[in-house]
Design a protein around this ligand. Sequence first.
Ligand code: NDP
Ligand code: MG
Length: 386
Amino acid sequence: MKAISILGSTGSIGTQTLDVVRQHPDQFKVVALVTHRNIDLLEKQIAEFQPTIAGVVDEQAYAILKERYKGATEIVSGKEALSIAATLPEATMVVTAVVGAAGIEPTMAAIRAKKTIGLANKETLVACGSLITEAAEQYGVSILPIDSEHSAIFQCLEGQDRNNVEKLIVTASGGALRNWKSEDLYGATAKDCLAHPTWNMGSKITIDSATLFNKGLEVIEAHWLFNFDYDRIDVVVHPQSIVHSMIQMKDGAILAQLGNPDMREPIQYAMTYPKRYPLQMEHLEFTKGLDLQFMAPRWDDFPALRLAFTVGKEGGYAPAVFNAANEMAVYALLDGKITYGHIYEIVSTVLSRMNNSVPTSIEDVLSMDAWARLEATKEIQRRSAC
Ligand code: NDP
Ligand code: MG
């Protein structure tokens, strides 16, 4: 039986992870659940899964839960809750389903505690790529991808001689603005960006999908997970999100992994790897007819993707700054302070001010992350004042 800690249990990935657990109660036991502040849902999850500990990062929400909860689960608070859950002795696997750079410290803590990582929180790998992959190697820890594209590539690569693989082909839905006219994009609002055509996800990643920052983050994520140079990673827009990603072999053969867009499938594969178990979800049926389209990304209208390749190749702190500035800009968009066009402007302006070098610790990355957030905040204020 695998003992699972879920960081971000009340979110889109967290709740779907719990659904996988629900489908296989004899295979998985939940030992820790952590949320930011959604204590109502957390309380229901505690009642159902009876974890050893439950964490609430927000102190006010923690105080309310602590007051009213009378059960056996130990309730912990603050940012430390994430690291406590990530290193809980009885946990064998940690599913990182928090959003953004909040995942950096607990993911590193989990690796040092030799927990298998089910990685949804791509921002951590983007910001700390070499530090995380080196630590995983040093501690003999597997990082199993939950992101659907990376799960697909991971599955396609299984059993292949890596020397025979020419390139990775990452698919992108294109997000909510895929068909927007170039001249309308700049002013697109949070509401416009949140109307994702195929996936039902948390708000940050849904905005990132609309701007293609998500695909950019995923290119960097793929680089670190699979150790492929950036010029061997391609992106293709595939609006149906049925082909989750592909690999091209040196003889031209292309291997793909397909399925309906349902995150429980890659989540479960990370949790059961190398085994497979049945999963109740709507399975793909070719006989019902499939209309699959593929096209090149609109590089100039969605410039975040090109920028991701640039910062990925540049390395050092650049991906961490790219990520932190984007996070701030996304939350400003969600708050109605800025529009689509501002996000790229803010991120590229912050990047242009960075003094790049090579981080030697996650503390280095976190201080650069904090600097990038301050710079991004100034840029947001300049634009929202207009
Ligand atoms: P959601 O916003 O739906 O959920 C985020 C979860 O993390 C919630 O439980 C939230 O708590 C908690 N959380 C947020 N911030 C903090 C914090 N600072 N400290 C502790 N907990 C926090 O996000 P998603 O599930 O969509 O995404 C999670 C991660 O998975 C992201 O990195 C995303 O890129 C990645 N991912 C998501 C996919 C998806 O389909 N959703 C697909 C592939 C990757 P609360 O509910 O209290 O706010
Ligand atoms: Mg993805």
